[in-house]
Ligand binder design. Structure first.
Ligand code: ATP
Ligand code: MG
Length: 341
């Protein structure tokens, strides 16, 4: 049986957080370990430049941090090709060809990019590279001929865009070289974990995240700041569960669902204080994060080995990408010098 290919990745704009963990990393590790996939995981540094062009130091530093997060959660370079986007030169080339197959109007309709432009306060001065990042992301996916893309819900418009580009490319150049990808989204609401501030999305760029590398004190401090129910002031007051981030996280991370149901009941009827509830969440998170944190510390002791791992992965990824690009160039007809010395 030929294995399906999956590709996904993260921008090196900071360390990875628990939103990435439940929204994407967990899924990848499962897919990796199932043995049913040829797995590619990319650190998207080129994409990080689209809104951090003047902060290359941040991207450079985050590269190893993200790699450590990967290793900590169980991505295994023996089973998954872990590589760095900027090192795959074919991506720049394929992106350039894709640019001509999509209109400005189509890109303007992308709801995720629209929201991000708002959020980042770009207004009229949105960088061209940022505005067009869904196009380069389509190249990332398709150069590896990935059929599956495990990602958070915010990535759905990107995958749709990639599918359209594949259809446009294959039809413009009368070929079947490129493959339409499909998104693999986490079930029931795990595709977009809210931030500790109650913002709809926990995000590296919004300063509202609990990081996989946070120590126990940092986690406790963040949980204590967490948004609950502003009207729930005294312990006896009845409180709201809906929109209460502490309960959102308990729903996700506490394996004891009956206990969570009990806590909700007590909270809604009055008699359960925020502090006590938060203490419980701290314990639940600590349970999940402690082994990850320990593995991370272990890998962090040998950064040169981490970089070597990324180089090996990038070398392999380049070979795979070049094989696709040879076909792409042939399909477009820019293979003028084939057969010449
Ligand atoms: P940035 O703010 O720099 O964009 P980010 O936190 O959005 O950072 P990305 O690197 O853009 O992280 O996203 C990597 C992957 O993690 C994507 O598949 C994305 O859908 C998923 N993801 C990001 N944030 C969350 C979240 N809060 N809940 C679930 N999945 C998430
Ligand atoms: Mg993002």
């Amino acid at each position: 049986m030929t294995k399906e290919i999956y590709l996904t990745g993260d921008r090196p704009t900071g360390k990875l957080h628990i939103g990435h963990y439940v929204g994407s990393l967990k899924n990848r590790v499962e897919m990796q370990n199932s043995g049913n996939y040829d797995s590619f995981v990319m650190i998207a540094d080129t994409q990080a430049f689209t809104d951090n062009a003047r902060d290359p130091e941040k991207i450079r530093n985050s590269l190893t941090e993200v790699a450590l997060d990967y290793l900590a959660v169980g991505l295994d370079p023996k089973k998954t090709t872990i590589f760095v986007q900027s090192q795959i030169k074919g991506l720049f080339e394929l992106t350039e060809y894709y640019m001509n197959l999509v209109s400005v109007a189509r890109l303007q309709r992308n709801p995720t990019v629209k929201a991000e432009i708002q959020q980042k306060g770009f207004g009229e001065s949105v960088p061209v590279g940022f505005f067009t990042y869904p196009v380069s992301q389509a190249a990332d996916i398709t150069i590896f001929r990935a059929q599956k893309v495990p990602a958070g819900d915010d990535q759905e418009p990107m995958i749709e865009q990639a599918r359209e580009l594949v259809r446009s490319f294959n039809s413009a150049y009368h070929t079947d070289t490129l493959v339409e990808p499909e998104g693999v989204f986490p079930p029931n609401g795990l595709g977009r974990i809210p931030g500790i501030d109650g913002n709809a999305k926990m995000s590296k760029s919004l300063g509202n995240a609990i990081y996989l590398s946070d120590d126990e004190d940092a986690v406790a401090k963040k949980v204590k700041q967490m948004y609950t129910d502003p009207k729930h002031i005294r312990v006896e007051d009845p409180g709201h569960v809906e929109g209460n981030v502490v309960f959102t996280y308990l729903d996700i991370f506490d394996p004891d669902k009956k206990h969570v149901a009990d806590l909700k009941d007590r909270y809604m009827h009055g008699g359960l204080g925020d502090m006590k509830l938060k203490k419980h969440l701290i314990d639940v998170l600590e349970n999940e994060l402690k082994p990850i944190r320990e593995r991370r510390q272990m890998f962090a002791q040998d950064i040169p080995a981490v970089l070597q791992m990324l180089k090996n992965g990038s070398d392999h990824a380049n070979e795979v990408a070049e094989a696709t690009m040879t076909k792409v160039r042939r399909a477009i007809g820019v293979n003028y010098f084939d057969g010449l010395k």
